[in-house]
Design a protein around this ligand. Structure first.
Ligand code: BV8
Ligand code: ZN
Length: 249
């Protein structure tokens, strides 16, 4: 694992932007989406992560999300999350953008997390918009309804065909545009517009490094692809970066 080029860029970087996907939570025990044992292997995204599927069969979608909420309660951040929480204090301008809805970056101490696809801990009523924290999901049918108006409650996540939270995405784009170094970690880079952030950074002159188990559709556009587990690569990167900073204050 050769980190020297990335370390050299990090040393001279004022602004760093990181985009993470489900791969960074894999070592915490959270299934990814597209791997062989991925969440999508049993169901197709269009069957679950879109509004029409939800209206057609809210209890199937809620069974999927209550399984994922249960997983989230049983897992903890891993050294990859913790390394990014440390990196935030090592560069003057650091932005962490995530596609994940598992709250593990926040739980590992990252203070400013731009959640492009929402957060599974929040839900809201599709009729009156009231938010519900930690909704109680009935057993059958697993479709919680709003105490206030009786409307259907949904997870506060962005489904296919839905717009991302505009302010959050704009802030993420601005961070990508001003980044000296952009790191793309644990994502297959197939879901847009999230995946476009690394190209925004690249086109604006950033050094773009990918840390992933495998090469992705965008690897050829990046300056560096470091193949490995985020929970191993990132702690090594932080240790070596810290040593370099101490040697060259
Ligand atoms: C929208 C819900 C527009 C939350 C998810 C161009 C522009 C705009 C839209 C599109 C476009 N092209 C296509 C679209 C449509 C669509 C899309 O991107 N489709 C894809 C599949 C082709 N995009 C949308 O619909 C978006 N909406 O743009 O609306 C619009 C316009 C007008 C009017 C209305 C709307 C909404 C996209 C969000 C969808 N929501 N999830 C939830 O339940 O979680 S997507 C889902 O995929 C998750 O959010 C996930 O975060 C995301 C990306 O997946 P990854 O995180 O990358 O996970 P994956 O398993 O794929 O990969 C993991 C990687 O990690 C692998 O490479 C693996 O090798 C690696 N790995 C594994 N272990 C490790 C590791 N790496 C390191 N270490 C390890 N240990
Ligand atoms: Zn309501």
């Amino acid at each position: 694992m050769n980190l020297s080029r990335l370390l050299e860029r990090l040393q001279s970087a004022d602004s760093v932007c990181v985009l993470t996907g489900s791969g960074i939570s894999a070592e915490s025990g959270v299934p990814t989406f597209r791997g062989e044992d991925g969440l999508w292997s049993k169901f197709k995204p269009e069957e679950l992560a879109n509004f029409d599927a939800f209206i057609r069969n809210p209890s199937l979608v809620w069974e999927w999300y209550s399984y994922r909420k249960k997983v989230m309660k049983e897992v903890s951040p891993n050294p990859g999350h913790e390394a990014l929480a440390a990196l935030e204090h090592m560069v003057s301008d650091f932005t962490l953008v995530t596609q994940n809805v598992d709250n593990l970056h926040r739980r590992s101490g990252s203070s400013r997390v731009l959640e492009l696809h929402g957060n599974i801990e929040r839900s809201y009523c599709i009729d009156c918009g009231r938010f519900v924290r930690d909704v109680v999901i009935p057993v059958k049918p697993a479709a919680p309804t709003c105490e206030h108006c009786g409307g259907l409650i949904r997870p506060d996540v962005v489904w296919f065909g839905e717009l991302l939270p505009q302010e959050i995405f704009t802030e993420a784009e601005e961070a990508a545009r001003r980044a000296d170094v952009f790191m793309c970690i644990g994502t297959s880079a197939v879901v847009y517009p999230a995946a476009s952030l690394s190209l925004v950074a690249k086109d604006a002159g950033a050094f773009v490094a990918e840390i992933n188990l495998e090469r992705t559709d965008l690897s050829s556009r990046f300056d560096e692809t470091i193949l490995g587990r985020a929970g191993e690569v990132l702690p090594s990167l932080i240790i070596e970066f810290r040593l370099l900073k101490e040697a060259h204050p």
